[in-house]
Design a protein around this ligand. Structure first.
Ligand code: SAM
Length: 223
């Protein structure tokens, strides 16, 4: 019995160490001869590497990332804002869309060490400070001081999104789309959904991308 326990603990420690080792040894990008090559490396090598750590960073599922990229391109978004960067996984998807529309993303992360990790990942993807700028700080304080307006906002902050929605509202263009990640916890986003139900000028739809999570998309009806 003691041996079984020891083997179990040993296996757990080995699994933990191998995850730590993998995280500390990300694939480094080769020299790319075109953006198409770089994009293929991001999609086929770098993103699958990052997806191993999805639970640790609470990243959106790949299906959500694909959906976000699609919305950016289909609706020709150019000035995007993300709240909740984590290690930059969703910022890579948004960045891919914005490279197609020649747009830019500002993404805000409160944890300094995580913001640094996002910067390193976006640099590997060739996007840092060209397509994506990472701002370290509390979005509730940072967003009111950002310059200009945004035509796309992605809020990925957990089950309570209303304070962040209110912080971005004055920063939205008239035709802005706000996408909010709905985590799988019961009652997630009820604060925001209840508020927007009382404001019929906001039109909503929920896209069940990676069940049981999804993305709520909101836009303001033209006056
Ligand atoms: C769900 S994760 C974001 C995942 C990321 N969007 C992705 O899919 O790759 C939420 C992140 O928001 C950050 N965060 C929490 N409160 C914040 C705040 N007030 N301002 C900015 N970032 C915050 C957390 O540190 C965490 O990294």
């Amino acid at each position: 019995m003691r041996w079984i326990l020891l083997i179990g603990v040993g296996l757990l420690v080995a699994a933990g160490l191998s995850t730590l080792w993998a995280q500390a040894n990300p694939p480094e990008p080769p020299k790319f001869s075109s953006d198409a090559e770089r994009h293929a490396w991001i999609l086929n090598t770098f993103m699958p590497f990052l997806e191993q750590f999805r639970a640790k960073f609470h990243n959106v599922p790949r299906s959500d990332g694909e959906h976000l990229r699609w919305v950016i391109v289909a609706t020709k978004r150019r000035r995007a804002l993300e709240i909740g960067t984590a290690n930059g996984y969703s910022a890579l998807w948004l960045g891919l869309g914005l490279e197609a529309t020649k747009g830019r993303l500002t993404t805000v992360e409160i944890e300094p060490s995580i913001a640094k990790e996002a910067q390193a990942n976006l640099k590997r993807a060739g996007m840092l400070d060209k397509v994506v700028t990472v701002v370290e700080g509390d979005a509730l304080k940072v967003v009111p001081n950002l310059r200009g307006k945004f035509d796309f906002v992605f809020i990925d902050i957990g089950p309570r999104a209303l304070p962040f929605f209110k912080a971005v509202e004055p920063k939205l263009t008239d035709d802005a789309i706000v996408a909010v990640h709905r985590p799988p916890s019961p009652g997630a986003l009820s604060d925001l959904l209840d508020e927007l139900k009382r404001r019929p000028e906001w039109w909503l739809t929920t896209v069940q991308t990676g069940a049981p999570t999804g993305i709520v998309l909101a836009l303001r009806k033209s006056p």
